[in-house]
Ligand binder design. Structure first.
Ligand code: CA
Length: 231
């Protein structure tokens, strides 16, 4: 299970990370709201532990954006003592649970297990755009009911595009997020992967979902209205 922890108080953040890692979770940690949002949108997590008061961008606005994008990732918000309004607002915005500081790590683990159980029971996490659907738990991809078999890289690229339908990603962004390359390998890795993905996803369909934006990059076509831009 992979968890994103967004918490600016470094002692609490390390305490949470160590506690979760001891229990076998994989943890990504960041200390400000901008990085938190970027990670939450570009990678696939089983849950997000989100502090409310953060430098850069507050936790509630991150939660709001994720839910506007129909991202069903389970979110547990962390509030400080007395932040009752924030807690209520967080739950109204679609947080799955909350914890008030100070808390024991065992409490957080119990909440996480409970949101995982609920998320599995509701059929796991899915991403859907038009008639294309990904089940993130089983990694099954379907278009119009027909199963599509993807390589792990093609799968990660498709998830990346589908998390933000309509948004254009440059080749550099895709290389960084899907390949985790922070340099230009001097080849057309991205273009080749997009070409293979397109053959599998779009061939035989009237609506071409994977769109090339000439001179810029790629995006997943969406007829849905866009939320706030975070680029
Ligand atoms: Ca804080």
């Amino acid at each position: 299970m992979k968890v994103l922890v967004v918490e600016d108080e470094k002692p609490i953040a390390s305490f949470v990370r160590n506690g979760l890692e001891e229990q076998g979770y994989t943890v990504d940690l960041c200390h400000n709201g901008h990085d938190g949002l970027t990670l939450a949108m570009s990678r696939s997590y089983d849950a997000v532990v989100l502090d409310i008061m953060l430098p850069g961008r507050d936790g509630l606005s991150i939660l709001k954006l994720l839910r506007q994008r129909n991202d069903p990732v389970p979110v547990i918000i962390i509030t400080s003592r007395g932040e009752v309004e924030e807690r209520v607002e967080g739950l109204n915005l679609g947080a799955d649970d909350y914890l008030a500081k100070p808390f024991y790590i065992s409490e957080l683990i119990a909440r996480l297990q409970s949101v995982f159980r609920r998320s599995m029971a509701s059929g796991g996490q899915t991403l859907e755009v038009e008639n294309l659907c990904i089940d993130l738990m089983t990694r099954q991809v379907r278009r119009g009911g027909e199963e599509i078999i993807l390589s792990p890289r093609e799968f990660n690229l498709l998830v990346y595009l589908m998390r933000s339908p309509g948004r254009v990603f440059t080749r550099t962004q895709i290389l960084e997020q899907v390949w985790e390359y922070h340099f230009d390998p001097g080849s057309n890795l991205v273009d080749s992967c997009v070409r293979r993905l397109r053959q599998k996803v779009d061939q035989g369909h009237e609506l071409q979902l994977i769109e090339t934006i000439r001179g810029v990059g790629y995006r997943l076509r969406s007829s849905q209205p866009q939320g706030e831009s975070v680029a």
